[in-house]
Design a protein around this ligand. Structure first.
Ligand SMILES: [Zn+2]
Ligand SMILES: [Zn+2]
Length: 146
């Protein structure tokens, strides 16, 4: 893990490979992964540049799996690595963000609101009306095959 001073040097180096936009997004022009996140090699090791950037500026452990680095809502660029556009979050938070912004169930058939929302034993939420349809369909299929 590079220390902060080395980190600032790294930042300057990375910026040469980035487009700095007028509204201050730092867009990585190098290699990107499937999610569109920038990848960099430092001392032969590959890092996700946005995670590395936040870890350097906030003195976090890059290898600590208990958190993930997310982009703030204002920043729509997965390859942006400006630490001010990033925050330390948990996987769970990310999921909750997604769930709370839903208006309809995954299939888009039902309003995503109580009492339509069921909760499984593992905490995952599901659409009750959809689950009922699935049960009926599998029942019909079974009757057909019988
Ligand atoms: Zn940004
Ligand atoms: Zn549904």
């Amino acid at each position: 893990m590079p220390n902060y001073v080395a980190g600032v040097e790294l930042f300057n180096k990375f910026k040469n490979y980035s487009i700095i936009t007028e509204d201050n997004h730092w867009l990585w022009r190098g290699h990107l992964d499937n999610g569109g996140h920038g990848k960099v090699k430092v001392n032969r090791r590959e890092f996700s540049i946005h995670r590395l950037a936040l870890c350097i500026t906030n003195n976090l452990d890059y290898d600590d799996k208990s958190f993930q680095v997310n982009h703030k809502r204002e920043c729509k660029f997965p390859n942006c690595w400006n630490p001010e556009h990033l925050y330390k979050g948990t996987h769970k938070q990310n999921q909750e963000d997604r769930v709370s912004s839903m208006t309809h169930c995954k299939r888009g058939l039902h309003i995503w609101k109580e009492p339509n929302i069921g909760v499984r034993k593992d905490g995952r939420r599901y659409c009750r009306p959809c689950a009922n349809i699935q049960v009926k369909n599998s029942y019909k299929r079974r009757m057909k095959n019988a």
